[in-house]
Ligand binder design. Sequence first.
Ligand SMILES: NC(=O)c1ccc[n+]([C@@H]2O[C@H](COP(=O)([O-])OP(=O)(O)OC[C@H]3O[C@@H](n4cnc5c(N)ncnc54)[C@H](OP(=O)(O)O)[C@@H]3O)[C@@H](O)[C@H]2O)c1
Length: 294
Amino acid sequence: MRVLITGCNGFVAHYTIMQLLQNNFTVIATAKNAISLNIQHPNLLFVAMDFTNSQQVQKVVAQTQPTHIIHAGAISKPDDCEQNQALAYNINVQGTINVVNAAALYKIQLLFISTDFVFDGVTGNYTETSARSAVNYYGQTKIEAEDIVMAYPNPWCIVRIALVYGKPLSGRDNIITTVNNKLLAGQTYQVFTDQIRTPTYVLDVANVIVTILQLNAVGIYHISGTDIISPYQMAVATANHLGLNSQLIIPATKNTFTQPALRPLITNLNTTKAKNELHFVATSFAKGLAATLS
Ligand SMILES: NC(=O)c1ccc[n+]([C@@H]2O[C@H](COP(=O)([O-])OP(=O)(O)OC[C@H]3O[C@@H](n4cnc5c(N)ncnc54)[C@H](OP(=O)(O)O)[C@@H]3O)[C@@H](O)[C@H]2O)c1
């Protein structure tokens, strides 16, 4: 299989590429500008591709002839989307239209990465058939992108994931590295208690994507960890694991300070379908944290 992946410098894409290569896939890694991946492999090809440029997408797909496309690239920070809605639409919605249109020309199988933020966070325990209703613009763009993928007339798959964590490969911080840096510097860190998530270990996402391609699975799958916890609990667990002073982690709520984008309250994803159909086994947060900090 020849797999083209968009946004290859991203966190999830980077891990996915490594797992695909380990499983003998040929990977066409694409990014808007320079490729920052530090991977060398005979089955890995790098190509520049800005997926907001429809002509460029069609040209790259025609030249590289993938059998599958993983559309992982996005503007994924909710506050950035809220504050730059035209940009968010162009990247998350128009970009998906461009990828889908190019895939359709060659009947290429599509896998799109989506988010727990398509849900409003009122009930939690969301299944693949739960009604979507976003509370912020990021979630809204992902709903629109999902709709475009669901209308694709060839095989498609949507993988919804939630608050992904793991060892950063490109030096970009995440909650775990931020806790480490702040606490080591003796600084306090305000973290939300009123955002309840099922944090997802990044290698679980990458491995499930490999399984989906190997099994030719189609439809929607929810992939996340089993622990239903807040970023505050994640931060305290990180501090305790590192033997750092967890008193420096200050609980915050939406009333403590305002974020530009509203956040859904509780978005825990129900992963029963993936367990049954893909034999998905989620990594616990304790294990994922230990692996991240190893
Ligand atoms: N990380 C999470 O917690 C999480 C949770 C739920 C869902 N997701 C979804 O998972 C997917 C991957 O997320 P991630 O955390 O890996 O995001 P990420 O690290 O921000 O990576 C996204 C990548 O997309 C690239 N990109 C943006 N616009 C592009 C364009 N026009 N052409 C080519 N590349 C472009 C970005 O490149 P630049 O940096 O150069 O702009 C970036 O490398 C996204 O669809 C996201 O919505 C992530």
